[in-house]
Design a protein. Sequence first.
Lengths: 230, 836
Amino acid sequence: MIELNNITMSYSMAGTVITVLRDLDFSVGPRERVAIVGPSGSGKSTLLLLMTGLEQAQSGSVRINGNALESMDRDQRADLRRKEIGIVFQSFHLIPSLTACENVALPLDIAGVGDSSVRAGEMLNRVGLSERQTHYPAQLSGGEQQRVAIARALVHRPGIIFADEPTGNLDEATGQSIMELLFDLKNESGATLLLVTHDPAVAMRCDRTLRLHEGRLHDTAVPSSEASNP
Amino acid sequence: MFRYLLRDLRGSSAARSLWVFCACLFLGIALIAACGGLLQQIRGGLEGQQRNLFGGDLELRDRTPINDRQRVWLNSRGTVSGLIELRTMLAAPSGEFAVVELQSVDQNYPLYGQVALTPSQSLTAAVGQSSDGVWGAAFDPLLAEQLGLAVGQRVRVGALELELRALIEEQPDRSLRADWRGPPLIIHRRALEATGLMQPGSLIDYRYRVRTDEDPDRWRRDLGEAFPDAKWEVQTVSERGEVLGDRLNQVASVLLLIGFSTLLIGGMGVANSVGAYLQSKLRTLATLQSLGARSAQVAGVYVGQIVVLAAMASAAGAICGAVVAWSGAQALADRLPISAGPGSLLFPTLMAIVFGIVNALVFALPILGRTLDMPPLRLLRGDSQPVGKTPRLFRIATAVMVALALGLLFAIVPEPLIGLAFIGCIAALFLFLDGIVVLVRTAARKLGRLRWLDGRFVWRAALANLYRPGTALRPMLLSLGMALTLLVAASLVIAATLRALNETVPERTPALVFYDIPAAAVDDFTRRVQGLEGFQDLVIAPLVLGRLSSVNGEVLASSGDAARALEANDEHKLSHRFNGIDNTRVERGAWWPDGYQGPPLVAMEDREADQLGLVVGDRLRFTILGQTVDAELVAIYGQARFETRFWLEGVFSDGALTPFITRYIGSAFMREGAEIPAMRTLGEAFPSVVTLRTAKVLDAARSILTAASLAVALIAAISLAASVLVMASVVAVNRQRQVYEASVLHAVGTRMSDVLRSVLYEYALLAGVLSVFATLVGSLIAWGILVYWIELPTDGVWVIGLVVATAASTSCLLAGAWWLVRTLAASPADLLRRGA
């Protein structure tokens, strides 16, 4: 369960204060699929990072499964991410000095899980990269890197998946296959999915679409084709 | 593209890599300029002082004058000043006598420095013949003090009456040795002849000092080839054999060593920062290529940027370094003859700027070449490790820059041969460190597989940072290992030198030194001294003059070895080992046990022994008062301190010299202020005993050595502080990527405290490896330098190496960790955006 109350967020840039989010209120229920859409620079990614605890709002409250992020310290927020959240970034953010398998195993290693390599291998197998386990990020294509990133986001079976324009750096065909993978894995795990996207087709596959415009969220409540069958 | 060059620079001004680059370059060049400038001034001052004391660049010494052919040769190769020295007695108008060093000089004297006389006049006027036919003389203040002489009085030397025309206030080459031989009395050559003292068999020293711009060693080689049979002894200024000269030489060598180290450490700061800056530009570079820019254009932009940045940062660093050098020189100016004009700093400052630019290009060109050779797509995908060969054109350009950098290095440092040895040493160190990198990687990889680490993510991450591809281990270990090793070596050498400087003139020194105490008067003399007001201690030892006539049966006078043949004429000061009157240190062999009663044993002073090629175990025969004394050489000793300056050349086991003892030498410790009345009392009671007050000579020596100590300490402190800063910047530069990785780790759920703990463990492991390596290898290098180059004792300094290595590695790694912590304190989202 994700709950946002009265969230306001602004940046100071070259002496000018830019408010990207204004008094936002919304919530996302368990197993729900929610798309956040909006023009570039509207604050979609900021909103997503806010919900992961990687960014902090000036005012308002963010609750993840009942935990108020603003009352947690940095380490507690990290603990929450490790246990309950998986993040897929537009720029993948893989660690260049780790192989694909090591990147996927990271959340398990951090949690001190013993069979991390085995589980990471299985996850890579699941995303179709069983042959690329020992390859470094620079040796993988963009689509492959994003698959590794998805595998890393899901390997520890999080309750919530955040995806920040996961197909933004990929071509259409690769993007489609990545989205298929993401939705399939989401359905398998039963996790909540919150994704930022520009792609109306991707948004259509979600239960709800929230449009961010001039710092405010508008629930477009577009029925999705898969909404009846989560 | 020039417009783009400037725009990109302007746009990068907010980027951390640009500032880190500039800061590293600034620090490195400031370090080089500060040390280079100060080094230049202080070395110049020390060299000037040594030349003044020595009297020229070279000196030929013989018992007979040189012939005309030799004179012509000498005059064709430099300016020559002839000096004749003769030890004799001077009779004062009061009827008192004193030993003096009669010196006859020519019109070229002194070749370096100036003689200052009171009343002010030229030396020629002071020693010339007056209209009434009386020759003049310039006399030493010590003589005035001993005999109460004053300008205008007449004294007698040999058969000649001399008028004392001037007091010598300053004599640049006034040998400290002259004190025991007698204070100098300068007269004209023709006056010397008129004394009637230049008889066959007289012990006269003919010294020919040469001033030349040529390399003294080459000059001496040429002289040897021109006159292979000559028996003279030739010394260069660098071989000046007195303790003070040795110390100044050692200081100059230490400064040179610091200079080399700072060049390397500063250069390394530049290299690391250039690499990091270009690394941050790889994607931009690929973008430019993808937009249609040709490789040459892109190369032009970034070479231009490196040159512009390097020039600006180097200029700022060089100016800052020059200011530090200038301030340091000012602080020392009243102690050392430093020509601290801003002009003397211009050369090292300019050289430092050019060195900064060239050094930046040396390290920038290969990276740039390899990067431009890569498909842009790989760069765009984030492959930040250019692999493959550097293109030919860039290889050639790099080689030219390397040659230029080496040329500059030899222009900055004064001794090319030592420079070459240093470069060789660095190359060996580099290979050695590369081996250590492989070892650390292998060990970390193996440790990383331990089951104990299962579930211990922090330790696993720390170890992984040491062996994963793309980690900063290699540049960190190579840079820091090299810098720390040099720092340890330099610190140990500096510590040994400072200790030698401090101990050269001990705090407690004898106030009076006595020569020519008649054997018959020793007991009476001793009682009288002990009864003096302010008396503290007295040491008396016999002094016997004798010649070394043969070594292992080889008669020196007929030896084919010129040095040995010349030595046969030399009279040596010999004594018994008695209460350590002459502070010595055994270098080879060992003293005989106390109470030894067997056949005669002898210990020789190192300079004499080395000149003759003597080794412990040689059978020596001395001729003393017409009789021979055979003794086995059991020890070779060096002068440990600058104390009484008896400089005994041979010390015999007790009893061996007893039949020959006719006089004694002694030294007395007195309460401060008691020495002058004591001199007066003793002078009246024992007019034939030469009594010298050591305070003035020791103060002069102490002042020079203190200045040298200060100079070394000052440069060492600047060098150490700046080196640690440069090393910290190297750590920071190499850790930029770690910031990104830490942000990703944090994003996927690692506690920041765990991230930092893993960094601290990694740094602790690195600091441990670095400290152990630098202590061991740095100590080894220091040992080599101290034993084979600077020739100073090595005992008791080693712990300093460990302290310096541990403190420096810990502080620079902690500074790096602090930088990382500060960086990671920013919002993780921000860090991820930057990293992307």
